[in-house]
Design a protein around this ligand. Sequence first.
Ligand SMILES: [Zn+2]
Ligand SMILES: [Zn+2]
Length: 220
Amino acid sequence: MLNFKSQIVTSFNENCYVIWCDKSKEAALVDPGGEPKKISQLIKPLNISITKILLTHGHIDHVGSAIFFSKLYNIPVIGPHIFDHFLLKNLFSQSRLFNISPAVNPFLPNQWLKDNDLIILGSIVLEVIYCPGHSPGHIAFWNAAKRCLISGDILFESSIGRTDLLGGDEKKIKYSLVQKIFPLFNKDNRDVTVLPGHGKKFLINQKYIHFIFKTYFSGV
Ligand SMILES: [Zn+2]
Ligand SMILES: [Zn+2]
């Protein structure tokens, strides 16, 4: 089964997750946004082996220490979707824009991900859900066994992801939510646990979907 712990990093209060298979102890870091010391302290006592870095999208607060850990453990960086290529290439300007010093060097992942790709972590299967809108190449990771969604910045406890940042698109984020994310609940009417990129974890259920529609979709 999937286990996880999270660490808040950077001035953006980004949630970096370490997820692992309790049988094999194989683990992945999801969105290591910065402050590698804090993330290392989270990993240390867990007695797990980190084999990959997974990225939901190319914003600086989610990728800031990806290369640090990739080099430290000699492991690949996987994701996001190739449509976030431009964000990873312009990490210098993202650093400038958000006053991040030292600047984060541009990089490209070892592997891009696309809709329906599978990530295997010991006995854990993560399905890749391509859900653009917050950024053009945004993806989420879905673990059906535990009904758990690692959602990046597509939705939060009381809002949907912002679309005013580089490459954001309100129509697309709404389309992604309705076509890709809410059906995870609607298909069999069972709560989905969401591990978001910022803020507390929460559930997608009828009440949540109703709230989001009322708040963001009225008049559409
Ligand atoms: Zn973002
Ligand atoms: Zn973020």
